[in-house]
Ligand binder design. Structure first.
Ligand SMILES: Cc1cc2nc3c(=O)[nH]c(=O)nc-3n(C[C@H](O)[C@H](O)[C@H](O)COP(=O)(O)O)c2cc1C
Length: 141
């Protein structure tokens, strides 16, 4: 992994089964010098806990769009401006679809839509989720 010394990474975890792998990714980013803040979607908290994420990242974990504490300390616009890069891993079908449509009904989608930075998406879903006619793609196994 390239030297990430002092790189500010906003790491967004969505509610997919592979969310557990995000913990290892955060650990490696951290080991390589990155400064990490994390957003967990509501669903992500079913798969990983804010406590494990904050312990590994040694940074703050955000989740609530309508948080009085965040509005005074680091609101959604400041959070999007703070980051050098945004990494969404895993990116669920739900969140990808919201970003594509401009839906901003939670902190993760609102911050991403407000961002002027590069965004890395790591889509992760069971292959069956790609088979519905509405999500047909050219992706083959
Ligand atoms: C056990 C389980 C595993 C899931 N895994 C995935 C997954 O890998 N990818 C995905 O797109 N959705 C997955 N889902 C569905 C998402 O959790 C659901 O669409 C949720 O609304 C996503 O919310 P978020 O995008 O705000 O995180 C899974 C759901 C369950 C119950």
């Amino acid at each position: 992994m390239k030297n990430l010394l002092n790189k500010k990474i906003l790491f967004i975890i969505c509610g997919g089964i592979s969310a557990y792998k995000s913990l290892e990714t955060i650990r490696l980013f951290k080991k390589n010098g990155a400064d990490i803040k994390t957003i967990l979607t509501t669903s992500a908290k079913k798969f990983v806990t804010p406590l494990s994420v904050t312990s590994l990242s040694q940074g703050k974990v955000y989740s609530d769009l309508f948080s009085v504490e965040n509005e005074t300390e680091m609101d959604h616009i400041s959070l999007s401006r703070w980051a050098d890069i945004i990494v969404i891993a895993p990116a669920t079908a739900n969140t990808i679809s919201k970003l594509a449509q401009g839906t901003t009904d939670d902190l993760a989608s609102t911050v991403v839509l407000a961002s002027d930075k590069d965004i890395i998406l790591a889509p992760a879903m069971n292959v069956r989720m790609w088979e519905h006619p509405t999500t047909k793609t050219n992706i083959k196994n």
